[in-house]
Design a protein around this ligand. Structure first.
Ligand code: PGA
Length: 249
């Protein structure tokens, strides 16, 4: 029996208007499967209506980012507590687009993870190498550094999910080979075991993200150590997103 229920998480990024997003959310809720847990992460402004539309369904709602402080003078930012209040159970932190667009580094991601935990949210902590790092043979080194820097000292399998997203695979249509994914996931789990204990590592969910779609989801999701997916483009269409969910072994 597997210890880890797969999580299929949709990262809608900066896409959608209210009406179409509510249609998408409702269509996802109508296709819930017992193969996995389902999560959608709308743009922040759409969280309240999407959470309302999904209330009572088995689809959870998450955010794409949070501030590292609980409250204060931070114009334009949103705290983890506000997200929880709006109906979120999860928040993505350290996505490579946030790291690139907003200069977020590992220590900031670590502070955001702590803030998410303090607000009772599950943090989905994203890590992944660039193409340059992969080509230079530095993938595992980079993954280790990001893990060490982005995770706080206290982490449980209940409050943290790790998403391995090779930067070069995001939105590109390209994916690593199953062997490469398996190697990185095993490396991540080993690193989690060394820092937090085998008991935590055994039940910690490690997602794969980057160009996952219905046509490759089966191959990616059956890789040993892959416990679900973080899906961008493929989550904007309910049929595709649910087809990915149905690909969970
Ligand atoms: P993609 O994005 O599925 O469009 O490649 C994944 C992500 O960035 O989380």
């Amino acid at each position: 029996m597997t210890l880890r229920i797969p999580l299929i998480a949709g990262n809608w990024k900066m896409n959608g208007r209210k009406a179409e997003s509510l249609d998408l959310a409702r269509a996802v809720a109508a296709g819930v499967t017992d193969r996995c847990e389902l999560l959608v992460c709308p743009p922040a402004i759409l969280i309240p209506p999407v959470a309302e539309a999904l209330a009572g369904s088995a689809v959870a709602v998450g955010a794409q980012d949070c501030h590292f402080e609980a409250a204060g003078a931070h114009t334009g930012d949103i705290s983890a507590a506000m997200l929880a209040d709006a109906g979120c159970s999860h928040v993505i932190v350290g996505h490579s687009e946030r790291r690139a667009d907003h200069g977020e580094d590992d220590s900031l991601v670590c502070a955001k993870t702590t803030a998410a935990h303090a607000a009772g949210l599950v943090a989905i902590v994203c890590i992944g190498e660039t193409l340059e790092e992969r080509d230079a043979g530095r993938t595992l080194q980079r993954i280790s550094a990001q893990l060490d820097g982005s995770l706080p000292d206290v982490v449980t399998s209940d409050n943290t999910v790790i998403a391995y997203e090779p930067v070069w695979a995001i939105g590109s249509g390209r994916t690593p080979t199953p062997e490469d994914v398996a190697e990185v996931h095993a490396h991540i789990r080993g690193r989690v075991a060394a820092r937090y204990g085998v008991g935590v590592a055994d039940v910690m969910r490690i997602l794969y993200g980057g160009s996952m779609k219905p046509s490759n989801a089966g191959t990616l999701l059956e890789i040993d150590g892959v416990d679900g997916g973080l899906i961008g483009g493929g989550s904007l269409n309910a049929k595709d997103f649910l087809a990915i969910a149905m690909s969970c072994p």
